[in-house]
Design a protein around this ligand. Structure first.
Ligand SMILES: C[S@@+](CC[C@H](N)C(=O)[O-])C[C@H]1O[C@@H](n2cnc3c(N)ncnc32)[C@H](O)[C@@H]1O
Length: 418
């Protein structure tokens, strides 16, 4: 079943962004920074003991939990972004495809009957979201916003909570496509000529229907996936607790490249009602790993124990005048402090001798290289981990996610809990 799922493709790069959205479930919402499911299988098969449960403290698109489910292995996932946590829950959920199809028909017929001319669900969105927007720019034309509202109301009327979550995730998957913006690692940009796009609400219906049908076919095709225990904790990986024990941890944290996932999924977070207001948006940013400088925060002190980190911080501080933000040296120091906290939590959730597989990428600011994997290797070996292997590979990440540089490595770092 796993091979059917991954279409037996040639082994992809173990790094992120190697094109996983062509795989069933992973196309429900584009997530460029996903690592390939094949890496999870490799990690599970490489363990000397049977893996019954694995843990991923940075869930993202849910690759670890989903791949583990296909392999009959249980999982614990931590993900701070509530929208992404729901995407993962929706993917892992065993649903009846016929019942989903019936509910899709229900949503479509309710939406067709309702000509909404009032916004209730979307009334609290920031001013920039809906026409007339602010300073002559907006993300959704008004007629598109009315149609999104109708769909949200129709979805909310479904009796099954699991189906409501599924269809909201599907709707989220088409939001950017019917909006006036594009989103990438550098943030949100207006499309060229967006003001003359002249969108029709039927565009929303078509996109939603197509996307939902495709997803329901995938649910049907893989309905014989094993039923395993999965736990998804929506929270901060630096502070999570679980009583469950695991034989393997595998994850890819945000890289210290100023990429803020709260920005990348902001349209979905607001439109689907995950953020009640600006305070909630700020709180979410503050609970993300210190991999960006988008908010004012107190940066944790850089950890001791890595000569490479010390040298990198000196070089960054010396180059302060050339940096695009004066906070970057503090951010890089705090980033590694955060990662050590996460490793501490992960350690508590692992049986002795278990492995921890980490895919991590380097960064560069004003020609100062931040060799993330090597720094983490030094820090981890001084905090109770044995370093089993460290394999750099060619990164598939685009330059924008790496702050403009193309030659930066991603590395697979394997640690063992001593
Ligand atoms: C590189 S992505 C993980 C991708 C994942 N390996 C996959 O295949 O989809 C990092 C994820 O960490 C999440 N994240 C950031 N800060 C976090 C925190 N403090 N606690 C938990 N998750 C966090 C982000 O929202 C993002 O989804």
């Amino acid at each position: 079943l796993f091979d059917l799922w991954t279409a037996n493709r040639p082994p992809p790069s173990p790094g992120t962004n190697s094109g996983t959205d062509v795989i069933a479930f992973q196309g429900w919402h584009k997530f460029k920074e996903a690592f390939p499911p094949e890496l999870i299988r490799q990690a599970i098969e490489a363990q000397p003991v049977e893996v019954t449960r694995c843990i991923d403290p940075f869930g993202g698109s849910g690759t670890t939990a989903l791949a583990a489910q296909f392999l009959g292995v249980g999982s614990t996932t931590i993900e701070v972004n509530p929208f992404l946590a729901d995407v993962i829950r929706a993917k892992l959920c065993h649903m009846d495809p016929d019942a989903l199809a019936a509910d899709l028909a229900e949503i479509c017929s309710r939406t067709a009957q309702s000509e909404r001319r009032k916004l209730e669900r979307l009334i609290n969105l920031p001013e920039t979201f809906i026409e007339p927007g602010r300073a002559g720019r907006w993300i959704f034309d008004l007629n598109i916003a009315f149609r999104l509202e109708s769909l949200l109301v129709a979805i909310d009327q479904l009796s099954s909570a699991e189906h409501r979550r599924f269809f909201r995730v599907i709707l989220a998957g088409v939001l950017i496509g019917v909006s006036n913006v594009r989103v990438n690692g550098k943030g949100r940009r207006y499309r060229q000529g967006w003001a003359s796009l002249d969108r029709d609400p039927s565009d929303v219906d078509r996109a939603f229907l197509l996307h939902a049908r495709r997803a329901i076919v995938e649910v049907h095709k893989f309905s014989s996936r094993p039923k395993v225990s999965t736990s998804i904790i929506c929270g901060d990986a630096r502070a999570f607790r679980t009583r469950r024990m695991h034989e393997l941890a595998i994850f890819s944290p945000p890289y210290p490249n100023s990429f803020d996932y709260t920005d990348v999924y902001n349209v979905e977070l607001w439109t689907l009602g995950y953020l009640a207001g600006a305070d909630a948006n700020r709180a979410l940013r503050a609970s993300t790993l210190t991999s960006h400088v988008q908010i004012n925060r107190r940066f944790a002190q850089a950890p001791k124990g890595s000569a490479l980190l010390d040298a990198t911080l000196v070089a960054l501080t010396d180059a302060r005048d050339k940096l695009w933000s004066p906070w970057l040296p503090s951010m890089v120091g705090a980033y590694f402090s955060d990662l050590l906290r996460v490793l501490g939590r992960v350690r508590d959730a692992l049986h002795a001798e278990s492995s921890c597989w980490i895919v991590i990428g380097d960064s560069k600011y004003a020609n100062t290289h931040v060799p993330s994997a090597q720094i983490l290797r030094q820090l981890a070996s001084r905090s109770g981990w044995l370093v089993t292997s460290m394999d750099p590979f060619r990164s598939m990440r685009s330059s924008s996610q790496h702050g403009g540089a193309t030659e930066l490595h991603e590395t697979l770092l394997v640690l063992k809990r001593s």
